[in-house]
Ligand binder design. Structure first.
Ligand code: PLP
Length: 450
């Protein structure tokens, strides 16, 4: 069956044809391909087309698709049962692997998605601080739980209003919005409101890639210390992606609670939240903050996570290699765009990369929103036709995996050059047409005057 026919079938039985909105390619005005399989750096659709994949399941696949070590661990573990609903040593093993990297994080609880991790972290922070009010930053995404689905308002101290139907205003009203990389916007709120929790992506990857400035994070930590605010660093995307220590390795800032996801599950459904003992012991059954999950810590997912992290820890220079490739791609892309007279802003953090079609620096959500999304859509469609799968939205991050080498990056750059050539030719044609049309209109109007 063709991609189109299969997607049409999906549309009949699944809302929008997808189980997560961005997969529908609506942001780039096209239709998605339907996946048959993935191998290493590549993903294949049901028509047999091959794409160089810079999405990598939105981050988890740091070793690429169908990595043999992770696959073997999953298959071996699955043979003993898929889920027990009772504890297994695999949970402790993965917990120890993660905690071994962060000396201030004493305990960790596993859940099945990033949404659950941040939702539970917020509840825990509220239980610990005894305060309902939280701050989140415009453009940061922390999953789709009610109190975190709050619209990016226009002002720094905008009262939260929900960005989704079905979220009670009563829930959203406890969420205050601050501006990313703008410490005054945080000060303005904490001076007026009794805030108990601040949640942030220290390396924002959900408004495109917008890393925090170090000075901003240092000041944010200081405010939290002074006001006894629980700081949640949401590293669902950046954990073990931006580097082995996530944002901590880059900024040295410690969250009171840190959330993880994606890479810690190696492609399976694993996420987690971790913190100091005194905070984590507030969670049930040790403490009064309720949190639970039927499939939490399930053995197959734990095995995938253990295999993924064990391989990461054993790989020398993994992150240097990935970062070099990300830089090669982004610097190359910027130069090619420049040669075509197209302004591009690029960013790299470890194996994460992002690019915006704008000539202005992108430091926050409003900056990101000002980028040229039409140009992005043209570029994206052109690259798909050339066999390169980039995230189908300007407001997402790209990922390099270990199965890539300079060969893949050179291939992607060559294709990008071709796509920019076509975009430039197309714009030149359109400009020419407009010129001819306007000449005709002038002549016509002169004629009419006569
Ligand atoms: N937090 C961050 C920083 C994310 O990037 C995401 C998802 O991309 C989430 C939370 C939600 O994770 P999930 O999609 O697993 O619910």
């Amino acid at each position: 069956m063709s991609n189109h026919k299969e997607f049409s079938q999906a549309l009949k039985v699944i809302p929008g044809g997808v189980d997560s909105p961005v997969r529908a390619f609506k942001n780039v005005g096209s239709e998605p391909f339907m996946v048959q399989k993935g191998k290493g750096a590549y993903i294949y659709d049901i028509e047999g087309n091959k794409y160089l994949d810079f999405v990598q399941s939105w981050g988890p696949l740091i070793f690429g698709h169908a990595d043999k070590d992770i696959q073997d661990a999953v298959i071996k573990t699955a043979k003993n049962g898929l889920s027990f609903g009772a504890s297994s040593p695999l949970e402790t093993k993965l917990a120890k692997l993660i905690l071994s990297k962060f000396d201030w994080l004493d305990k960790i609880r596993f859940v099945s998605s990033g949404t659950e991790a941040t939702m539970s972290a917020i509840r825990l922070a509220r239980g610990f601080s005894g305060k309902d009010k939280i701050i989140k930053f415009e453009g940061c995404y922390h999953g789709h739980s009610d109190s975190l689905l709050v619209k990016a308002g226009s002002g720094a101290t905008t009262f939260g209003s929900s960005s989704s139907a079905g979220v009670p205003e009563d829930t959203a009203k406890n969420t205050y919005l601050a501006v990313y990389n703008d410490i005054d916007s945080v000060k303005n709120i904490v001076e007026k409101e009794d805030i108990g929790t601040i949640i942030i992506e220290p390396i924002a990857g959900n408004m495109g890639l917008v890393p925090a400035d170090k000075e901003f994070l240092v000041k944010l930590r200081k405010i939290c210390d002074e006001k006894k605010i629980v700081l949640i660093l949401d590293e669902v995307m950046s954990g073990f992606r931006a580097g082995e220590l996530g944002s901590y390795g880059i900024y040295g800032i410690k969250g009171d609670i840190v959330t993880f996801g994606k890479v810690i599950g190696g492609g399976m459904n694993v996420a987690a939240f971790a913190g100091r003992k005194e905070i984590m012991d507030m969670i049930s059954p040790s403490g009064p903050v309720y949190q639970a999950g039927t499939l939490s810590g399930n053995p197959v997912s734990m095995a995938a996570g253990i295999a993924s992290l064990t391989k990461i820890f054993a790989s020398r220079n993994l992150y240097t290699k990935l970062e070099n490739l990300a830089n090669m791609f982004m610097i190359g892309l910027k130069n090619i765009a420049k040669n075509h007279g197209i302004a591009l802003q690029v960013a790299v953090r470890g194996s994460m990369f992002g690019y915006f079609f704008t000539d202005k620096a992108v430091k926050n959500y409003n900056n990101a929103l000002s980028a040229d999304t039409k140009m992005f859509a043209k570029f994206h469609s052109g690259m798909i036709k050339e066999g390169i799968f980039l995230a189908p939205s300007q407001f997402e991050t790209g990922f390099i995996c270990d199965a890539m080498s300079e060969k893949e990056i050179n291939f992607a750059l060559k294709k990008a050059n071709k796509v920019f050539d076509e975009i430039s030719k197309d714009s030149a044609k359109k400009a020419n047409k407009t010129k001819i049309c306007s000449k005709k209109t002038v002549k016509k109007s002169v004629k009419n005057k006569k």
